[in-house]
Design a protein around this ligand. Sequence first.
Ligand SMILES: Cc1cc2nc3c(=O)[nH]c(=O)nc-3n(C[C@H](O)[C@H](O)[C@H](O)COP(=O)(O)O)c2cc1C
Length: 188
Amino acid sequence: MGEDHIEKKINLVALSGSIRKQSSTQKALYSLKNFIPENVDYGIYNVIENLPHFNPELDGDQPPEEVQVYRELLSRADGVIICTPEYIKGVPGVLKNALEWLVSSAELYTKPVAVITASGNGENAHQALQLHLSMLNANVFKGGLLLISGADSKLNADGGFVKSEVNASLKLLISKLIEEINKKEAYK
Ligand SMILES: Cc1cc2nc3c(=O)[nH]c(=O)nc-3n(C[C@H](O)[C@H](O)[C@H](O)COP(=O)(O)O)c2cc1C
């Protein structure tokens, strides 16, 4: 059978902007598994804190091993989901650092990226993250943005969202992401 006849499984990778052990954004990313279709692979890169502080001097032919692993993971992803809280009116430093490591290597270039900001308010981080992603030329597509303000009060102990409208929005976001990936595949 020729390669053209083998259906490729969609591969999604998620990043959390919070590394707190009981983080609501990390829990939200785990709860997203409920909305991922069976024929789609979904993995969470939840060791973002292992990436060293970005330093252009380290970003040569042999970047640190954790950076290589992270970049490889993202380069194999067809789409990316970022879920983040807001810290002091912006994107948490640990996530910004992770994005800085993608400037020279361009793993997010034209890649569909869905953005979920789940925070007390979150409006500023939501806007800032879109600006960062535009600098990376990521494809932040229509229907791929979700701001969940007052996130703490909308989560249950297991990290699932209790409000049905939030769950409906998450489900829609995932389906739009997959739609966007398929659109891109069709033009290849
Ligand atoms: C250092 C710090 C700064 C924060 N700054 C903001 C802020 O500017 N805007 C906001 O909406 N929430 C802010 N928060 C609240 C967090 O975004 C909120 O608690 C969020 O749910 C934490 O996400 P996590 O549970 O995934 O760690 C801040 C929290 C901390 C610890």
